[in-house]
Design a binder for this molecule. Structure first.
Ligand code: MSP
Length: 506
């Protein structure tokens, strides 16, 4: 049975320089999408850009170009990066597209007609830098720049009306907000009375947004615009059949910085629209750079493009997926990148390929030998490899991506140890059939591992499968054909020195 799997990333601010944090969420979504596709599920993977708001307007004005042109010129920095990172998204939504404007206006009209929108005058401290009203305490903290008193009539969404309904929903659906500590954080937040949400800006002050259908003097602002993207792209009010198929989304992947907007604002908006809530909102942690937050002013922003240009896309994807425990913060350092690369990719994965292809070349004319009678150590490898796909599926569905990778690497490592112990190069001199069985076993374990690594390292894992002449992507034992001719190849992951330079053999 094919199950629809709909995965989203946040839509990134078009003005930002894409960095390793954006790349992380998008690669994670891609990895989940690829696992599900390989399992035969129907997948819809959405990412995109958030293009309205004051910052975009100001940046465009500064450059002296119309806002839309500014967005059009900046958008490829993200879409080109996704190509380089081998991201296979099914859609790329930009909030300035007509399809999105229509969906936002229809949604606004719906919540308005449901009686969930009212207008009110508000006077308070406004931070121009943060683009929001701040509380007196926040103002007194001195952390906010460009603060001024502002009196303004605006539209508000009755978020407070849905507070109890949301609390009940969260309690009844333990899988809705993950990981569990984030769920508790949201429930804690909901212990305080929930305010209503300001959803407009007067055009006179900020015009770069979507016009409110029931008042042409206003545009809607930030979250009421951005969050709707998840339903726009799945066919809301345009293609009922499609929408029914994909909505509710299976998982919204987000960083912990936008938990409240996704786990409080968005569900209350959906309640008002009469739509079901996404099955899971999963908040991951932050990538820190040597223990500190990444920021432009600190000059420590990691550019994923230069990493990919230097080391190739697969090691970058692997490192990000292996190093972060989903839900917790992780620390990016070049040392740990080089270490992971050398140990897992060069010494374990690459080395196993080198060994089996070298020995099969030497003793079997480069053709996969027959799997003869299996001894206990062969059976052990076979048992683990055969059961691995099932374990991986469970770990991936439980959002334990780093553990799933570790399990594949354990098989690879154990197969390297098995080779040492069984020493097929010695057996080859006395018992060629036994050497063949050992090499078949090790090669088949490598094939199964490569298949299970495909979603994370699509290029290199595929290269391995091509070298092995493996047809199909079945991760169960025994698919490797005896007699298949191995292709010659270079080192899969040439080792790096401490500075990260490729070590070339002299
Ligand atoms: N436009 C909003 C989201 C709207 S979604 C309806 C936004 N955009 S953003 O460009 O600031 O991107 C935020 C997302 O980028 C985070 O939620 C996270 O997914 C990712 N990351 C940004 N910095 C990050 C790290 N340092 N580490 C990990 N991911 C982080 O907020």
């Amino acid at each position: 049975m094919k199950t629809p799997f709909y995965v989203t990333t946040p839509i990134y601010y078009v003005n930002d320089n894409p960095h390793i944090g954006h790349a992380y969420t998008t690669i994670l979504a891609d990895v989940l999408a690829r696992y599900h596709r390989n399992e035969g599920d129907e997948v819809f993977f959405l990412t995109g850009l958030d293009e309205h708001g004051q910052k975009v307007q100001q940046a465009a004005q500064k450059r002296g170009v119309p806002e839309q042109q500014h967005c059009d010129e900046l958008a490829p920095r993200f879409s080109d990066l996704w190509k380089k990172l081998e991201i296979q998204n099914d859609d790329f939504i930009r909030t300035t597209e007509p399809r999105h404007i229509k969906a936002v206006q229809a949604a606004l009209q719906k919540v308005y007609d449901a009686g969930d929108v009212y207008t009110d005058e508000y006077e308070g401290w406004y931070s121009v830098a943060e683009e929001r009203f701040i509380t007196d305490t926040e103002k007194d903290s001195g952390h906010f720049r460009d603060v001024k008193k502002l009196k303004e009539r605006n539209y508000f969404f009755k978020m407070s009306k849905y507070q109890q309904k949301l609390i009940d929903y969260i309690n009844a659906h333990p899988e809705f907000i993950q990981p569990e500590h984030r769920k508790n954080e949201v429930l804690g937040f909901l212990r305080q009375p929930l305010g209503d949400l300001c959803i407009s800006r007067p055009k006179s002050r900020m015009g770069w947004g979507i016009e409110i259908p029931f008042d042409k003097e206003y545009v809607t602002y930030v979250w009421f615009d951005a969050l709707i993207n998840y339903i726009t792209a799945s066919g809301y009010l345009v293609d009922e059949k499609e929408f029914k198929k994909w909505w509710p989304a299976s998982v919204h992947l987000i960083g912990k910085d936008i938990l409240t907007t996704h786990a409080v604002y968005w569900p209350t908006m959906l309640f008002s629209l009469g739509l079901p809530l996404p099955k899971t909102i999963f908040a991951h942690g932050w990538w820190l750079i040597g223990e500190t937050k990444m920021s432009k002013s600190l000059g420590n922003v990691v550019d994923p493009l230069s990493l990919v240009d230097q080391y190739g896309v697969d090691p970058v994807r692997y490192y990000l997926m292996r190093e972060m425990v989903l839900g917790q913060d992780a620390n990016f350092t070049m040392e740990s990148f080089i270490k992971r690369y050398n140990s897992d990719l060069a010494n374990d994965f690459g080395n196993l390929l080198n060994r089996v292809s070298g020995l099969i070349g030497k003793y079997f004319d480069g053709c996969v030998p027959k799997e003869g009678q299996a001894w206990a150590p062969d059976k052990e490898i076979r048992k683990v490899a055969d059961g691995l796909a099932k374990n991986i599926e469970e770990l991936i569905n439980g959002m334990r991506v780093h553990e799933a990778l570790e399990q594949v690497l354990v098989l690879i490592r154990n197969t390297n140890v098995y080779m040492e112990h069984q020493a097929p190069w010695k057996e080859a001199k006395e018992n060629l059939e036994r050497a063949g069985t050992i090499l078949y076993t090790a090669t088949e374990a490598l094939r199964v591992s490569a298949i299970l690594l495909l979603p994370v390292m699509p290029a290199k894992a595929n290269t391995v499968l091509e070298i092995l002449g493996a047809v199909g992507t079945e991760p169960c034992w025994g698919q490797l054909k005896a007699g298949a001719k191995l292709q010659s190849h270079d080192a899969l992951f040439p080792r790096l020195d401490a500075e990260g330079k490729v070590i070339t053999k002299s």
